[in-house]
Design a protein around this ligand. Structure first.
Ligand SMILES: NC(=O)c1ccc[n+]([C@@H]2O[C@H](COP(=O)([O-])OP(=O)(O)OC[C@H]3O[C@@H](n4cnc5c(N)ncnc54)[C@H](O)[C@@H]3O)[C@@H](O)[C@H]2O)c1
Length: 443
């Protein structure tokens, strides 16, 4: 009897699942079989910031990245950095010195305990909280900021589990606060020019992209300061693409992901782990306890994402192989291809079957943000100026009272390859479905 009941229930579920697919082409959020929990609040897609002439910023985490962002934000005259938080007093001191050097008032300080950020979030004079702490802290800090009524900008990856991606989405929707992923690579001069070209149809219909984070971080990973204190840990526990967003964010924007397309599925495989172990053996002292660490994350992780509109993206992560830096940063369509490292373009209309330097396209297709701010950004800011352009643009969105370029759905979808690649690798390269974090609003 019990078996019959279970059989009927399953048949019913399968029947309704098939009917939903037939009717909608996908399973709507909240339906049986959907990967998405039902929405409880309206979307944050295209929700404008309340207009502000000046933006008051609090920064949690004033290590390497936090201080770099601090420098970029004080480069925007309409920003007041009113509060800083770090549990490391010397990081906090260095940030205050930076403010003084920039001719800005020193900020209120937090960092007496690892939850003191809650007191920064509780201040009444902060509009935007920036989270630039180790990965495990991103989600608790961002959730607390939004629950305290603050918009939040979160460093990358925004989250490292699917459950945490959903917490960011649901909290942003419930609190009506934006959770902006601080994906600076989307604001590179090449990336913005290519985005402009994609949006103008220069490459025709986009079919394929390639994205990566290939950066030899072995020295930094074994350092006794900064990221060396926390970034080796995931290499010991998770075999995955640990840092997907730098390459993926720009390619997602080229493809209009969440603006007519979305990531639908992913497959992933990892190579063996060798380079971190080899580097440790070669460079660590005989009595260094780090020599006993065991790493499970393969040197090279390669994934392929398929989008709802049938596009593919090859996505790689390798931070341990001796090899020059690359984010691949490639986009291909029916009329041509852009490929980076070095940056080059080929269009069908050229007909000469050879790459052309991007410089040839700069005058015609330079993005307006770079036309306006490029000279200053290049001289002033890190990573070729992209960091300043990102911060400037985020503040401009506040000042114009418009929605941010990158919202909580981008934060979730660009970060999700971390857990999804891990699941695929664990299952021998099996296809994993992407949740639709927009719950249908990608169209
Ligand atoms: N977008 C980029 O180009 C870029 C570049 C570097 C780092 N990052 C990201 O920025 C984040 C920070 O990296 P980093 O290089 O600055 O690391 P870091 O280790 O130099 O700095 C992290 C800081 O957070 C502080 N911290 C830790 N726990 C805290 C807590 N509970 N409360 C307050 N402060 C706390 C630490 O004391 C440290 O000063 C990471 O997510 C990293 O991936 C992004």
């Amino acid at each position: 009897m019990e078996v019959m009941q279970e059989f009927s229930r399953r048949r019913f579920m399968e029947g309704s699942f098939a009917a939903l697919v037939a009717r909608f082409g996908f399973v709507p959020a909240g339906s049986p079989g959907a990967l998405e929990p039902p929405a409880k609040h309206p979307t944050m897609r295209n929700v404008p910031f309340e207009r502000k002439d000046r933006v008051r910023v609090g920064i949690i985490g004033t290590g390497g990245r936090g201080r770099s962002l601090l420098g970029d934000f004080v480069g925007v005259p309409e920003v007041d950095v009113v509060a800083l938080c770090d549990i490391n007093p010397s990081a906090l001191r260095a940030a205050q010195e930076q403010l003084k050097k920039a001719g800005r008032p020193v900020a209120a300080e937090y960092g007496k305990s690892d939850r003191d950020f809650e007191n920064l979030n509780a201040r009444g004079d902060v509009d935007l909280v920036i989270v630039a702490t180790p990965w495990d802290w991103h989600v608790p800090m961002a959730l607390h900021a939004m629950n305290s009524g603050k918009h939040v900008g979160v460093e990358v990856p925004a989250a490292t589990t699917l459950a945490d991606c959903w917490k960011l989405v649901d909290t942003s929707e419930r609190t009506r606060r934006h959770c902006v992923i601080l994906e600076n690579c989307c604001y590179g001069a090449n990336e913005m020019m290519v985005l402009n070209m994609c949006q103008q149809g220069v490459f025709g219909e986009i079919t394929h992209g390639e994205a990566a984070y290939i950066h030899d971080l072995r020295g930094l990973l074994f350092a006794d300061e900064g990221e060396g204190l926390w970034r080796r840990k995931p290499h010991q526990t998770r075999n995955a693409n640990l840092y997907p967003t730098h390459g993926l964010g720009p390619v997602a924007q080229y493809m209009g992901v969440h603006r007519g397309d979305r990531f639908a599925s992913i497959v992933s495989m990892s190579s063996a782990e060798r380079s971190l172990t080899a580097f440790g053996k070669k460079h660590l002292k005989a009595d260094d306890p780090k020599r006993n660490e065991k790493y499970v994350c393969g040197d090279m992780n390669t994934s392929i994402i398929r989008t709802e509109q049938g596009r593919t993206i090859m996505l790689q992560h390798d931070v341990v192989t001796p090899r020059p830096y690359s984010r691949h940063n490639l986009v291909a369509g029916t009329e041509g291809t852009f490929a980076d490292y070095p940056a080059r373009i080929y269009l069908d209309s050229m007909g000469d079957d050879r790459w052309h330097d991007v410089k040839e396209f700069r005058e015609r297709y330079e993005h307006p943000l770079w036309k306006r701010n490029g000279d200053f950004a290049r001289k002033y800011s890190g990573h070729g100026g992209m960091d300043f352009i990102m911060c400037f643009r985020l503040i401009e969105c506040f000042r114009q009272g418009i929605a941010p370029d990158m919202d909580v759905y981008d934060a979730a979808a660009w970060s999700a390859p971390y857990p999804l690649s891990e699941a695929s690798v664990r299952a021998g390269g099996a296809v994993q479905k992407f949740p639709d974090f927009t719950r249908g609003n990608w169209k």
